[in-house]
Write a protein that binds this ligand. Sequence first.
Ligand code: NAD
Length: 283
Amino acid sequence: MSAKLIEGKKISDQIRAEIKDEVAKLKSSGIQPGLAVILVGEDPASQVYVRNKAKACEDLGFYSEVHRLSAETSQAELLELIGRLNAQDSVHGILVQLPLPKHIEEKAVIDAIAVEKDVDGFHPVSVGNMVIGDDALLPCTPAGVIELLKRTGNSPAGKHAVVIGRSNIVGKPVSLLLLREHATVTICHSRTPNLAEVSRQADIVVAAVGVPKLVKGDWIKPGAVVIDVGVNRLPDGKLCGDVDFAEASEVAGWITPVPGGVGPMTITMLMKNTLKAALGKAK
Ligand code: NAD
């Protein structure tokens, strides 16, 4: 392997230490950042994510509440709870764990969260503010990608970034954040012809696809930075990304591992958003 490793876990720990310091300072002015997490139903992966979020709150000195609701909860009941949390002063951030049961309309739920408490950054107003470059609570995984680049000295400014994937959760927002950071951005997706050829032009490749080892070594320009957002479970139970790590790490200049790259950044950026919301800096 010739590429340098982008150690997401280490960078995430650094940011958490910075957050902890800020929380300690805030305490003297009587403010404790608070996060409310809502889980509807018993999806096993979601249960793990929610537990990890509550644990992060505990570790960093945040106030937290977890609302575990049955899979039969009606949309009206969920909206009523969000309404209450919107008005609750001890809660600065509200996160509804996705996916939701089919009878609940995701958009109605996201739209109901007060914009200043939208720590997932999925509310249309948050997205709009991000697009026009205003202050906003940024979506956590894309914001984590930008932190990884900046904190390893790989500023996107003036670089050609190729993003593979255009979901509302990762591909689209990470493309817009790279643009905001002055990269020239190409967005690829399932209907892009000559994906390998486009990818080879990139100084920065961000893969957010959900297809194990899609991005091969010969898709990478020598020395490029490779950010692998993908988390895929292989038949043998192991996790792997959207990038063929063994191949790509021989060509790239920098690369994120899976696990231990982008993954650890997501919850850390959620905590950073909650802190920002508590400071009243969020819109
Ligand atoms: P998604 O399914 O919503 O979107 C996938 C995107 O990839 C789509 O835009 C689609 O057009 C594109 N795509 C699909 N097949 C393609 C192909 N063969 N060639 C080119 N493009 C193709 O997925 P998502 O929510 O954006 O997640 C993407 C990956 O990132 C998944 O593996 C997911 O588990 C992972 N993820 C990780 C984190 C994290 O914290 N590390 C957070 C969110 C998502």
